[in-house]
Design a protein around this ligand. Structure first.
Ligand code: NAD
Length: 335
């Protein structure tokens, strides 16, 4: 059988997550080339026996059928467009791009390409989050649902993530998983409202604040995150779903069965425990890469592609715009 030739652009943090599942498919995949501007990235490339390591990503395109683009967000557009124009299948890490203009250019290139575009929305492969979604869609909490996510951290210890024009900060980078999963569950977004600020003087992006995402269905997502506190400082967190019939709450108590995670659905004084796999996110990363290989082999289409990439960008950029202006932003304003 002809193997699919895979290349990797950017061999940093997330590539350490994507390479192991690709290695498990070596009967169908040949890892042929990697590009990274940092010579130190060669260590990871060598670990996976990838024979070609270059600094200029354009050199690997002629060698591959499919490519992973795992570089800082502001570099996504130029590389993805080049790869799609060369008819390569592309796995592009989220967020699709830094700006809407770039996202539209990527979407146009994808529409013209013989290659497929897959966006890295790993939560769509996460059986624990899928369990939340199924409970909500089955009406166990009633509707409308309010999904609250409060998180405190210093953010990734890599500068570009919190540079406004590069990573765009947590309300573009990390929280985009929530926006995408929210749309996957609740449908289109109608408007957003955000109060955002920058509390770490070394950051240029908004690193702290609260964003409300209002779906056309009436459901809402509230994201109150910071990536602005000093490393090591502990802070509060919250992750739950509320509705008129009850609540859904993930539980850390794994004492019943160490192999399972669990969440609880409360309907007043009644409650029900739902089990899901532990390490569901890790399993999700693996399933996401398996889909990428299957897409490259022509066996399936990406479950998150052009549409999902664009929709999530529009929500993220609406939130950043609301953070700047202090106004509610309707999604119809973001093109
Ligand atoms: N889905 C997830 O859960 C998840 C998690 C982490 C990161 N990400 C996304 O993955 C992407 C990469 O993040 P990361 O954590 O791996 O970042 P990183 O900084 O750890 O790695 C990025 C790599 O790209 C390389 N690079 C920079 N410029 C380059 C260029 N011009 N050509 C080739 N290589 C270049 C860097 O040297 C570095 O090795 C980002 O879009 C990020 O948002 C997704």
């Amino acid at each position: 059988m002809q193997k699919v030739k895979v290349g990797i652009i950017g061999a940093g943090g997330i590539s350490t997550v994507h390479l192991p599942p690709l290695k498990e498919r070596l009967d169908e995949v040949e890892l042929v080339a990697a590009a990274d501007v940092n010579p130190a990235a060669k260590a990871l490339v060598d670990k996976y026996g990838i024979p070609n390591f270059v600094s200029d990503y354009r050199q690997i395109l002629p060698l591959v059928d499919a490519v992973l683009i795992n570089v800082p967000t502001h570099l996504h557009a130029q590389m993805t467009i080049k790869a799609l124009k060369a008819d390569k299948h592309v796995f592009l890490e989220k967020p699709m791009t830094r700006t809407m203009e770039e996202a539209n250019a990527v979407a146009a290139a994808a529409a013209e390409s013989k290659g497929q575009l897959q966006i890295g929305f790993v939560r769509r492969f996460d059986d624990e989050w899928e369990g939340f979604r199924q409970a909500i869609l089955a009406g166990e909490l009633g509707r409308p649902v309010t999904w609250r996510h409060v998180a405190t951290s210093s953010g990734p210890d890599i500068r570009w993530f919190t540079e406004d024009q590069q990573g765009g900060g947590p309300f573009l980078d990390g929280a985009i998983h929530n926006y995408d999963f929210g749309m996957y569950t609740f449908g289109p977004v109608e408007w957003v409202f955000a109060h955002l600020r920058t509390i770490n003087p070394n950051h240029t992006a908004f690193d702290t604040g609260t964003a409300t995402v209002h779906f056309e269905s009436g459901d809402e997502l509230m994201v109150a995150w910071t990536w602005g506190v000093p490393a090591g400082s502990q802070g509060g967190g919250c992750f739950d779903f509320l509705g008129p019939r009850g609540t859904l709450l993930p539980k850390a108590d794994l004492s019943l069965d160490a192999a399972k995670a669990q969440f609880t659905i409360y309907q007043g004084k009644e409650s029900r425990i739902v089990e899901s796999p532990r390490r569901a996110l890790d399993i999700g990363y693996k399933r996401q890469m398996n889909e990428f290989v299957d897409v490259a082999l022509g066996k399936t289409k990406p479950r998150a592609g052009i549409r999902e990439g664009l929709d999530s960008m529009r929500v993220s950029l609406a939130i950043l715009q609301s953070g700047k202006t202090g106004n509610k932003v309707y999604l119809s304003e973001i093109r």
